[in-house]
Design a protein around this ligand. Structure first.
Ligand SMILES: Nc1ncnc2c1ncn2[C@@H]1O[C@H](COP(=O)(O)OP(=O)(O)O)[C@@H](O)[C@H]1O
Ligand SMILES: [Mg+2]
Length: 155
């Protein structure tokens, strides 16, 4: 696979309006590639930093808690991630992990582990928009906000 060509084609298709827009946060726009994957496009330097940290986490992660990333562009401005279905209610997460609230959720070993391993701000996981659902399993879709990124770009 020539990823430079893949990313070039994706960029052209976005300009032509071929992909539907899924949403955006403070630093990235997200489009549906229509094949089970999404592309996240950085809007600014913070977006590039979050793409980088998300890619790094996805590459080393074995927890199944994160939507997987298959490739990042050379300049880190774009990345391709598994598409997740929308999460309609955070209570789906509590039920899935068998806890009553986010306090109990964050106490679980697997969440403590990702917090320390990746320096993640778990507070973001209180927001519905940080989560999606893939084949019935909840996954984190917005996980580039590490402590380093937060200190560098948000203070
Ligand atoms: N893997 C995904 N599958 C489906 N929708 C997604 C995915 N990643 C992001 N989105 C949508 O795009 C929005 C913005 O993505 P996000 O990663 O939160 O960007 P930002 O880093 O700017 O906050 C999300 O709120 C969600 O609606
Ligand atoms: Mg977000």
């Amino acid at each position: 696979m020539n990823w430079a060509i893949v990313f070039y084609n994706i960029m052209m298709n976005i300009r032509q309006g071929y992909y539907s827009f899924l949403g955006s946060g403070s630093c990235r726009n997200v489009f549906d590639l229509g094949n089970g994957y999404v592309v996240k496009i950085a809007k600014n330097m913070a977006g590039i930093a979050q793409n980088k940290s998300e890619y790094k986490i996805s590459k080393s992660d074995k927890s199944k808690l994160f939507a997987k990333i298959i490739q990042i562009s050379n300049d880190s401005s774009m990345l391709i991630m598994e598409k997740a279905d929308k999460l309609y209610n955070l209570s789906y997460i509590w039920e899935y992990f068998n806890v009553k609230n986010e306090i109990e959720l964050f106490e679980l070993m697997e969440f403590q582990k990702i917090k320390h391993e990746y320096n993640l701000e778990l507070g973001d996981l209180e927001r519905k928009s940080s989560w999606g659902v893939i084949k019935g399993h909840p996954v984190i879709i917005d996980y580039g906000f590490t402590k380093e990124v937060s200190q560098k770009y948000y203070f």
